[in-house]
Design a protein around this ligand. Structure first.
Ligand SMILES: [Zn+2]
Length: 379
């Protein structure tokens, strides 16, 4: 069986211009590579950004427990003008691999596959290794839920996932993500009774009540934060009263807000809590309130467990540095993994989504070593 070179594989992956949900043959390429070292591969379709479906991949080696999984994505963002080095040529220069996706996150995928191929060739072990690669992490995010649905149908159970997103900040492994805050948007409509502003008592002003609701929500603490996540915070982002007259008290007033919440809440418990506060103020002001919500993502968090401490120890061994466990950063496919214990650890994020994205070769070598050690210690 083969051992794949991380740098060469990353170059091959970067040369597929997989912008948006364009496949360009990359999943077939990966299936072949993984199939050659003993993986069973399944392509799972989901809705693409264009007329063609997005192709996602689930590949598994072994049939028994324990089951460690790696999650990544092959799609890349655009921002392709004004590069010094063409974004899909994957040219190595002065110790850096240049190209779109080198850090986010074809580089990380290549490091993981290289480590797996080396581990499988040189070790006998009991258990399974799998890899999920999605095609729309940067855009629609239908791929990962489609794969999760497939896994559920097939009764596949993952025990631990390493998400290979570029979590490292100043040096490889300096930060490990163990969760992320949730995000929810809301719009409050307050209904009063319109009237002539000269006739106090004949109208019920929704503006006054809305102002009180805003004041109440802003002065109430949602929680005190957790060890790894800051306090939940609600911010009003728009206030609107559609009124063209100066002497008419309007019938309605509305406000929009966004709330970033930690793992002490989920969206439905938070909705209940907010609704209760809003309705109480509205009722006191003799108004009716209607609240609509849109949840962009639930908070999730893996309580540091033996796998997370194991990875922290490995990072120390390979890099000499102490990794910080935190919940920083933007959204990723990790939000779709439900209750699977997981962490995010990958390359640095210094040039992701920018022009001239590049990854240091020595960073990649370190990451491959970390991933290899994770496999060795896991089994
Ligand atoms: Zn990414």
């Amino acid at each position: 069986m083969k051992i794949y070179n991380d740098i060469k594989l990353a170059q091959e992956l970067i040369r597929f211009p997989t912008v948006k949900t364009e496949d360009r043959g990359i999943m077939r390429f990966l299936s072949k590579k993984l199939g050659d070292i003993g993986f069973k591969c399944k392509i799972i379709k989901s809705k693409g950004t264009g007329p063609k479906p997005a192709l996602n991949l689930y590949a598994r080696f072994g049939r028994t427990k324990p089951h460690i999984n790696f999650l990544g994505h092959t799609d890349v963002v655009a921002n392709l003008n004004n590069w010094k080095i063409p974004p899909f040529k994957a040219i190595i220069k002065k110790g850096y691999l240049n190209g779109r996706g080198s850090q986010d996150m074809k580089g990380g995928i290549a490091c993981w596959i290289s480590a797996m191929s080396d581990f499988i060739k040189n070790n006998r072990f009991k258990g399974s290794i799998s890899i999920i690669i999605t095609a729309d992490e940067e855009t629609t995010g239908y791929g990962c839920p489609a794969v999760m649905k497939y896994l559920k149908k097939k009764g596949e159970k993952i025990d631990f996932t390493v998400v290979g997103e570029p979590s490292s900040n100043n040096s490889i492994g300096d930060e490990i993500r163990i969760g992320r805050r949730g995000s929810m948007n809301g719009i409050i409509n307050v209904y009063g009774k319109s009237g002539h502003s000269a006739f106090y008592g004949s109208y019920i002003n929704p503006c006054t009540v809305l102002a009180k609701i805003i004041s109440k929500l802003k002065s109430s603490s949602l929680d005190n934060g957790t060890k790894f996540m800051p306090k939940s915070n609600l911010e009003f982002t728009k206030i609107n009263v559609d009124n063209l007259s100066e002497n008419v008290v309007p019938h309605t007033a509305s406000a929009k807000f966004n709330v970033r919440f930690n793992s002490k809440h989920n969206s439905s418990s938070l909705k209940k809590k907010l609704n209760k506060m809003i309705h109480a103020v509205a009722k006191k002001g003799k108004c009716r309130a209607k609240i609509d919500y849109r949840v962009s993502g639930e908070a999730f968090y893996t309580k540091p467990n033996k796998e997370i401490y194991m990875v922290k120890k490995i990072v120390k061994k390979v890099t000499g540095k102490n990794a910080k466990l935190n919940c920083r950063g933007g959204t990723s496919d990790s939000r779709f993994l439900g209750s699977i214990p997981r962490l995010e650890l990958g390359l640095r994020n210094s040039t992701i989504h920018m022009v001239n994205e590049r990854s240091s070769i020595s960073d990649m070598k370190k990451l491959t070593k970390i991933y290899y050690n994770i496999l060795e210690n896991y089994f």
